[in-house]
Design a protein around this ligand. Structure first.
Ligand code: ASP
Length: 597
């Protein structure tokens, strides 16, 4: 099937998409334009697979009937650009290709124009072969020409269009917000842009449109959305980019249920548009504390078991010094049952590296069995009752491997969460063909730091609880995880100035500072702000998952590398002294020496 919905308007280049030339067109003429995908010479005939965005059609050149076009076809190379005209004819039965929508016909060319020639591309365009990513990014126009990339870009378009359609049908207004703005605290570093007209002053690129969308609620817009570019100067990993795209939305006069309900409708339509089977809505909810306990993550992959249990109470008072000192130091002992896994000593030692990445010292592996209930020399430190109670809590039977971590609570949770994913990945326990969504709710509002508190989500989420005990306050936040990846999050917001000021106070902003940075929000809150809330979804991540890609770079037309560079344009790049002078900026770093070659 051609990917095009409407025939091109006929001009001197084409009157038909290549992919539209199915058997019914036999006997008519067609003019097509595109790129030489492949060329074959056969018994005096030349066959060209011609490719445009809609698909591929076969051109055939006869020495007798194609005239000058035949000689020109002899010189065609892959990726030359041509326009060809001829009769659409049935292929010889032996040449019919049932795998190609246009495989029953070919165009017997009588006229062809070569519109542009191509050098030999640095990698093949006609095959889906692995290509070094730097090379792909340097020659992105060629990379994007490949069918697999075209499919991803078309999927991305469909996903975004579905979001727009569903929201448009529900009275959401799409409103654009500024890119040159003031810092919005989403917890990352800002990208800054110097002001030429006000030397010494800087714009920040938005980490999200958070405050603008709240102002739109104060403005009475009721339902806003935007396909919004966000900028965060963070260290990059596979699922992060310095600039990325969110579906951002906000609603007035709502509670959690309203926002979650709208997003379940939007995302169900998105999944359906991508033929991605997910469980029906409503999707399950999990409290943050439970997610951290059972899965060691605030974005749990719930598709498999290996659930973590807290065994501190059972194991308290043992002779095992390591556990006991952690418990008396206020820590916890947690474990999960990895099941009947055969692992060598060195493989088990390797697991220590996994937990060490999360700040834990080691994992204690114990195999269930033998007269003591546990095989190995750790058993002697515990009473038979403790061992039996642990085995029961973990649902363990003989031969099962139990993995323990003893540490401060947050470290133990993160370490076991990582270990759980490691074991599941290594032993193939993740049902890759099944997908699960879970809303994580009931987050704490604040996280203690060395010198005070930070907001876990952002300082505009509505807190519950008592400001006398910030550590005990909760926030009206909700995050959505798909197969262990956070794909979105939001909250019901603060809509009174008093509460907003109190939150700033907990975060260590005095009145003056709060007014200086967020005066525009605090002022707006004085003039009748409705209760409101919203959410933002990570479009790049969603497309990557639905397209089955491991990296979001594969679903962004022009992405950056892990070091934030763009090998295509060479950004970021030094600028001239003169430009800096104009901006009133002086660089402390000498400009990099240009790379040779
Ligand atoms: N602005 C938030 C973020 O980017 C999302 C939200 O609270 O709506 O994470």
């Amino acid at each position: 099937m051609s990917s095009m919905q409407v025939a091109p308007s006929a001009n001197r280049y084409r009157d038909t998409w290549c992919g539209d030339l199915t058997a019914e067109r036999s006997g008519t003429t067609a003019r097509v334009s595109g790129w030489v995908h492949r060329r074959r010479d056969h018994g005096g005939l030349i066959f060209i697979d011609l490719r445009d965005r809609s698909g591929i059609v076969q051109l055939v050149f006869h020495p007798d009937t194609s005239g000058e076009a035949f000689a020109a076809a002899e010189r065609l190379r892959p990726e030359h650009v041509v326009s060809a005209f001829g009769q659409v004819v049935d292929r010889e039965p032996a040449n019919v290709n049932p795998n190609l929508p246009t495989g029953a016909i070919e165009i017997a060319v009588t006229d062809m124009t070569v519109l542009a020639e191509s050098e030999t591309p640095p990698f093949p365009i006609d095959e889906d072969v692995p290509v070094d990513e730097m090379l792909r990014l340097q020659h992105r126009a060629l990379d994007l020409r490949r069918e697999s990339m075209q499919q991803v870009m078309a999927l991305r378009h469909r996903i975004v269009k579905t979001m727009r359609d569903v929201l448009d049908a529900r009275d959401f207004l799409e409103v654009e917000t500024p890119i040159l703005t003031r810092s919005t605290p989403e917890g990352a570093r800002d990208f800054l842009v110097p002001s030429r007209l006000q030397p010494g002053s800087w714009y920040a690129l938005p980490q999200s449109p958070q405050l603008f969308k709240q102002l739109l609620m104060v403005a009475g817009y009721e339902r806003y959305f935007q396909i919004a570019r966000c900028f965060r100067d963070e260290d990059l990993r596979g699922f992060r980019q310095p600039e990325f795209t969110q579906l951002d939305l906000e609603m007035a006069f709502v509670d959690e249920e309203d926002v979650i309900g709208v997003m379940e409708t939007v995302m169900s339509a998105v999944f359906a548009a991508a033929d991605f089977a997910v469980p029906p809505t409503p999707w399950p909810r999990l409290a943050y504390a439970e997610a951290m306990l059972k899965y060691g993550s605030d974005k749990p992959d719930t598709r498999f078991g290996l659930r973590i249990s807290d065994l501190s109470d059972i194991l308290r008072g043992s002779d095992f010094k390591v556990f006991e000192s952690v418990l008396t130091g206020g820590g916890v002992i947690r474990a999960f049952n990895a099941g009947p896994r055969e692992m060598s000593r060195s493989e088990l030692d390797g697991l220590n590296e996994v937990v060490q990445r999360h700040g834990a010292k080691a994992t204690a592996p114990i195999v269930v069995g033998g007269s003591a209930g546990w095989v190995g020399n750790l058993a002697k430190f515990f009473t038979p009752e403790q061992i039996a109670a642990v085995n029961e809590a973990l649902g363990a039977s003989d031969g099962d491997l139990l993995l323990f971590v003893a540490d401060q609570e947050s470290t133990a949770a993160a370490a076991l969460g990582a270990l759980r994913l490691e074991i599941a990945g290594r032993f193939g326990l993740i049902p890759e063909d099944r997908h699960e969504l879970v809303w994580v709710v009931d987050f704490p509002m604040f996280e203690p730091t060395a010198d005070g508190f930070t907001a876990i989500h952002h300082p505009f989420s509505a807190p519950t609880g008592d400001f006398a005990d910030p550590a005990g306050m909760m926030s009206r936040n909700y995050d959505l995880a798909l197969d262990g990846v956070e794909i979105g999050g939001g909250s019901i917001r603060i809509h009174t100035r008093e509460v907003q000021e109190q939150v700033f106070k907990v975060l260590g902003l005095d009145e003056e500072e709060a007014q200086e940075r967020f005066g525009f929000l605090l002022d707006a809150l004085k003039y009748g702000a409705p209760p409101h809330g919203g959410i933002a979804m990570g479009i790049d991540r969603i497309v990557a998952i639905l397209a089955g890609r491991d990296s979001i770079r594969d679903v962004i037309a022009f992405p950056k590398t892990a070091s934030g560079a763009d090998p295509l344009t060479g950004a970021p790049a030094p600028v001239s002294e003169e430009q800096l002078r104009e901006l009133g900026v002086k660089s402390l770093v000498p400009p990099p020496v240009p790379a040779a070659g």
